[in-house]
Design a protein around this ligand. Structure first.
Ligand code: ADP
Ligand code: ZN
Length: 527
């Protein structure tokens, strides 16, 4: 790009990026920033946020400064811009002094259209002094939700970005994120001093993604079934909670002939970079990863995102599943979750550092995720409602395709809750789900014998349901707040205030019948 005569946004779109038309609100956003206004852009992953700051950076005089936490991706982003003739550079901790000096020289010589840098660089005095000497076209703050202390991606360095406005008050700022609850948006505005910014909120619906959530029985077998019947040879991402389960799952998939690679923060940096680039460049790689993987990854043809463990929040779930189907073609978001997930997440919250308010907030985030898992309504309606958007039944999620039956679970709930109560009152003891279910089923295990649990009045009264059915009952009661995990760190169960209404016969309990989930009839058919 030459800086002589300013081209229009439409001209840049066509000539530089090779696209005929803007998408959604891109044009309005770009016009607003070109005109010098601040903007807060809430747009789902794949919505086209990058052009919203890249084009104004090219249209306005000076260099566009992009602040991004994704150091690992900066080189790729800069290379991609270079390839279309945009003069882009980056400043980050991976560079040596020579390389940095060359970048500074080019910047001062006016040879640069866009500068990418990590948030921690901006506050370094030498960087700020460098920016003082440049004509800055705009500041783009990517992944702006990282400023939210309540959020799942908090980065302390983002808090310092309020200095942008203080030090360079006339430079327009555009903050962008794919996380869009009203609370996060308010927090971004407040912490980044974007009170005057215009807010642009795109629809969060991703109609080509089919959302499915099913009970977890044999997760790897369930996943293999999904891959073989619906996504053979497709690229996908499988999220697991721990590094150990990432490694194990990747190995198991590989043993079954799936091109699976592990990715987590504990792997050697070179291995990680290699796996990431293979995932991006080769076809049909299944990346098994912790949530350390994926932010900023631009791979349009990820056909499925699978979760083998329960995400901590709907925000996280939405963002992770949003990496499927950026190209608009049918894709699957599949989650398997079980009783153990609920217990484990509750324990993690109890053990986490942070004060009571923090734990309550984490609990609320988890409750919303559980409500999405247990809903008998359209998943998409519930998901979008969480982000403040109303919608109609979608016809392309598991509950729309095969509406789950619900059944009157009051009596099983009473049997279970009264077992918990009796153990607590008569024995002054608490137990986890396994022992309570053994009692209900009347199993004379060594532990039952030793503890004398066969003498309890509820021993053996639950033989009408199977072990797995009971686990489903416990899970759903936990999700409905009719049962709770005690904060002792052992995953023991306790009753709640609401349990008393059930035990007293004042409250009916509806449970979701766990049915086999539908599979899509033909792999590429339209939703
Ligand atoms: P986000 O950052 O919101 O996740 P990107 O900016 O990476 O999304 O854009 C997602 C994809 O859509 C990219 O491949 C991008 O080139 C493409 N894209 C963005 N805007 C347009 C447009 N107006 N026309 C065609 N393709 C576009
Ligand atoms: Zn639906």
């Amino acid at each position: 790009m030459t800086a002589t005569a300013a081209p229009t946004p439409q001209q840049v779109l066509e000539r530089v990026f090779g696209y005929p038309a803007f998408r959604g609100e891109q044009q309005q956003i770009i016009d607003h920033v070109v005109g010098g206004g601040d903007a807060l852009v809430l747009m789902p992953t794949g919505g086209g946020k990058s052009l919203c700051y890249q084009i104004p950076a090219l249209v306005r005089r000076g260099v566009g400064v992009v602040i991004s936490p994704l150091i690992a991706l900066m080189k790729d982003q800069v290379d991609a811009l270079d390839a279309v003739g945009v003069r882009a550079v980056f400043l980050n901790s991976t560079q040596g002094p020579d390389e940095r000096r060359e970048v500074e020289r080019a910047l001062l010589a006016g040879e640069v259209d866009m500068l990418y840098m990590a948030p921690e660089r901006v506050t370094v005095p030498s960087t700020a002094e460098l920016l003082d000497r440049l004509d800055v076209a705009l500041f783009a703050i990517d992944e702006a939700h990282c400023v939210s202390q309540w959020g799942h991606d908090f980065r302390p360095d983002y808090l310092a970005l309020s200095m942008l406005h203080e030090r360079w008050p006339t430079v327009p700022r555009i903050a962008l994120t794919a996380t869009a609850t009203a609370a996060t948006a308010r927090e971004i505005e407040q912490r980044l001093q974007l009170g005057e910014a215009r807010r642009f909120v795109a629809s969060f619906d991703r109609p080509n993604i089919q959302y499915r959530i099913e009970p977890k029985n044999q997760p790897v077998q369930q996943l293999l079934q999904l891959i073989r019947t619906e996504h053979p040879g497709d690229a996908g991402i499988v999220y697991c909670l721990s590094r150990a389960s990432v490694e194990k799952t990747a190995q198991q998939l590989a043993d079954h002939g799936i091109a699976a690679l592990p990715y987590h923060a504990g792997l050697d940096a070179r291995v990680r970079a290699n796996h990431q680039s293979r995932f991006l460049r080769e076809e049909g790689i299944v990346m098994v990863a912790t949530i350390a993987f994926g932010m900023g990854i631009d791979k349009p043809d990820v056909r499925f995102v699978a979760h083998l463990d329960l995400p901590k929040s709907v925000e996280g779930y939405y963002q992770e599943t949003g990496r499927a189907g950026r190209d608009g073609l049918p894709s699957t978001a599949w989650l398997a979750y079980g009783l153990q997930d609920v217990v484990q997440q509750r324990q993690m919250i109890d053990r986490s550092e942070g004060d009571g308010a923090h734990k309550r907030r984490m609990s609320q985030l988890l409750d919303a995720m559980l409500a999405l898992c247990e809903t008998v309504e359209c998943r998409r309606v519930q998901l979008l409602a969480y982000f403040g958007q109303q919608s109609e039944r979608c016809g392309n999620c598991d509950t729309c395709l095969a509406p789950p039956e619900s059944w009157d679970g009051t009596i099983p709930a009473q049997k279970l809750l009264s077992t918990v109560v009796r153990l607590e009152r008569e024995r002054r003891q608490r137990y986890g789900a396994g022992q309570i279910i053994d009692i209900l089923l009347g199993k004379r295990t060594p532990r039952v014998e030793q503890l004398g649990h066969a003498d309890l009045a509820t021993f053996g009264i639950g033989g009408d349901l199977s072990d797995q059915d009971w686990r489903g009952v416990v899970r759903q009661l936990l999700a409905q707040g009719l049962l709770a995990v005690h904060g002792d760190g052992y995953g023991t169960l306790v009753i709640t205030e609401a349990s008393a209404e059930v035990l007293g016969g004042k409250r009916e309990v509806r449970l979701r019948r766990e049915v086999a989930r539908p599979t899509r009839s033909s792999k590429r058919s339209a939703p």
